[in-house]
Design a protein around this ligand. Structure first.
Ligand code: ZN
Length: 238
């Protein structure tokens, strides 16, 4: 399939909330993008897995991704087991993404930090020739970690000012999560729409401000950035 960019996360809607703007921006640049949800989000308090799958497909359309799939790991039990890693490695070989976005490796939700480890190790294993799975050995070139949820320090921010409105639509495509029917609103975890809107706005503005734009999405790469031309570096210092 040869994707340019693949975002991997634990639950449907994680990608929309953390790097949806970046995925859309890269699609608008002509890159082939994709989303792999490790679970179907079946432990969500509201909605059924079927509604969530429909919502995820709609959100994928709004973000103009070429491919979206689910690995079938049980929700609330994302673990970097050998079995899950091999399945993920097979998907990596099939999609051959150049760049992969993973969740940051520390998080409040165990599924999120396990998704980070599972994602990294699956990408690594995909490059081992002797692995007992189908497909030609392949390893992505670059891994970026999305730090949006955890407020961890990022070392690069993507300007998503022009993509922000569409990203918001993709997030709100998860109606069962964020706009449930009145009868389902009693649950403790219900996040009111205005609260969600405020949180999205605040986070994206905060990161945008760090690079001198309105809205941004933060990432961290473990490697240092190589630079050829230090005269045209972006982001004003003073
Ligand atoms: Zn999640």
């Amino acid at each position: 399939m040869n994707l340019d960019l693949l975002a991997i996360a634990a639950h449907p809607d994680d990608v929309e909330l953390t790097c949806g703007g970046t995925l859309l921006k890269m699609a608008q640049r002509g890159y082939r993008t994709g989303i792999l949800d490790l679970t179907a989000g079946e432990m969500g308090t509201r909605g059924t897995p079927e509604t969530r799958a429909k919502e995820a497909a709609h959100a994928a359309k709004l973000l103009a991704v070429k491919w979206r799939g689910t690995l079938g790991v049980p929700d609330s039990d994302v673990q970097p087991t050998r079995q899950h890693k091999l399945r993920l490695a097979a998907v990596i070989r099939q999609l051959r993404p150049k760049t992969v976005i993973l969740p940051y490796w520390e998080a409040r939700h165990p599924d999120h930090y396990h998704a980070s480890t599972l994602g990294y190790e699956g990408c690594f294993l995909a490059g081992l020739k002797q692995l007992p799975i189908e497909g030609e050995a392949y390893r992505p070139f670059k891994i970026l970690y999305s730090t949006s949820f955890e407020g961890m320090p990022a070392n690069l921010v993507v300007d998503i000012t022009k993509q922000y409105a569409q990203r918001r639509k993709a997030i709100l495509a998860y109606r069962s999560q964020f706009r449930p029917a009145p009868s389902e609103r009693k649950g403790r975890v219900f996040l009111a729409l205005d609260q969600l809107d405020n949180m999205m706005d605040l986070l994206a503005r905060h990161h945008g401000q760090m690079i001198g734009v309105k809205y941004g999405e933060p990432f961290l790469q473990k490697e240092l950035m190589a630079v050829d031309d230090i005269v045209t570096l972006p982001v004003r210092s003073i």
